[in-house]
Design a protein around this ligand. Structure first.
Ligand SMILES: Cc1ncc(COP(=O)(O)O)c(C=O)c1O
Length: 383
């Protein structure tokens, strides 16, 4: 049942006078994650305690399962990595591209999901197709029109990070399978904020940085690898990734964990005693809140932002062409270069991305915050 959550500001550590509308930049840690982090830092102070090692191993597996639940996947398909760029690199290394084929991305795509593809096309003599921003904001049709039987990979996201304009990944996944192309998804600006189901999308790889909508600490991210790719080579080779290599060399004891499924893609030094403890409290809280309720609650705020912006004659992707949690607003006269600093000096936090003011509310915001944003915006000079 879709419902709305009550305001969750008390779960965070946000002073009363701060209007933080920038979850797409950094999600603030939950207070429970801060406490878990303080406790887990102390584990590193006492590394001789083997029970702590077991607790970390348990938290790592709980992170896999909890994130899996958020995207409709088994834990077995989830690797823990430190960044989106790391996961995209793995996808770029694993997926075949032949000379003359093309890789499809969109205009102004986030660099972590762009550079690896650009380099790959240069390496193999393939073509990088950059789909231009469609006038009607219909990204899905625009991308579909660029996929053909020469397409090796479509690498994109559920929405564009600068303005929230949305892309129907289920439709892209279907088309990719028809032409034999792979689909790689950067879900950083969507996982945790909206429902995403890998069973419907069927991506080859889907990566999400944890530090935004998943409320996880920095350098803690999630890689979904479809089972058909579980035998790909990991980026880093260390004890836990060696399950299919001969037992030569040091430290290949029977007491080591096996690396089943996507676990073999886990980053080096995965057994961090601090970050998984922080991440699991956030992921389990998201599960308790439920994605559809998070999305519905944030949508109400984004709609208020849209209404206030429309009143002022500003421009943005229409509601049916954007996600519910990010809205990128443009003005005819443009935004001042130092938009962020000016608003921050009034206690209001948003991002400037390209020519848009990107507003990304969360469960700690309320209607008053939107009002304060626009009071501040009304005091800005023309660009
Ligand atoms: C769409 C998108 N992908 C990925 C990232 C982060 O990438 P990385 O984890 O490689 O730093 C961001 C950060 O702003 C983003 O907006």
């Amino acid at each position: 049942m879709t419902g709305q959550l009550s305001n969750q500001r008390a779960m965070f550590d946000i002073p009363e006078d701060i209007v933080y509308l920038n979850c797409a930049s950094q999600g603030p840690l939950l207070q429970i994650s801060c406490r878990a982090g303080q406790e887990s830092v102390m584990r590193k102070a006492q590394p001789w305690d083997v029970l702590n090692r077991d607790r970390t191993a348990d938290e790592i597996e709980r992170c896999r399962s909890a994130y899996g639940l958020l995207i409709g996947s088994e834990a077995d398909n989830i690797a823990l990595v430190h960044s989106t760029s790391y996961g995209i690199k793995l996808a770029a290394e694993s997926l075949p591209v032949l000379p003359g084929q093309n890789i499809v991305v969109i205009e102004d795509q986030f660099p972590s999901n762009f550079h690896a593809w650009h380099l790959k096309t240069r390496e193999v003599g393939a073509k990088l197709t950059i789909v231009p921003t469609p006038d009607d904001w219909d990204w899905t049709s625009a991308i579909l029109a660029h996929i053909d039987c020469n397409t090796a990979i479509v690498a994109t996201a559920p929405c564009r990070w600068t303005d929230g304009s949305s892309i129907d990944l289920v439709a892209l996944g279907r088309r990719c399978r028809e032409v034999g192309a792979a689909l790689v998804v950067d879900a950083t600006q969507s996982a945790g904020a909206m429902e995403l189901d890998v069973n419907e999308i069927d991506p080859d790889f889907m990566i999400a940085s944890g530090y935004k909508w998943l409320l996880c600490p920095y350098a803690f991210s999630f890689l979904y690898a479809a089972p058909r790719h579980h035998s790909a080579q990991p980026i880093e080779h260390y004890t836990w990734t060696l399950s299919d290599t001969p037992p030569l060399g040091m430290m290949r004891g029977d007491d080591m964990d096996g690396a089943s499924g996507a676990r073999r893609f886990d980053m080096g030094e995965r057994n961090n005693p601090i970050l998984p403890a922080m991440a699991i409290s956030a992921l389990e809280q998201l599960i308790e809140w439920r994605l559809e309720r998070i999305s519905r609650s944030v949508e109400i705020l984004t709609d208020l932002v849209e209404a206030a912006a429309l009143d002022r004659g500003m421009l943005m992707p229409p509601k049916h062409r954007r996600v519910a949690h990010i809205i990128g607003i443009r003005r005819q006269q443009g935004w001042p270069e130092d938009l962020q600093e000016r608003l921050a000096s009034m206690g209001v936090y948003v991002s400037k991305r390209g020519d848009a003011m990107r507003v990304s509310p969360y469960l700690y915001n309320e209607a008053d915050d939107v009002q304060r944003l626009f009071e501040a915006v009304d005091h800005l000079p023309a660009a």
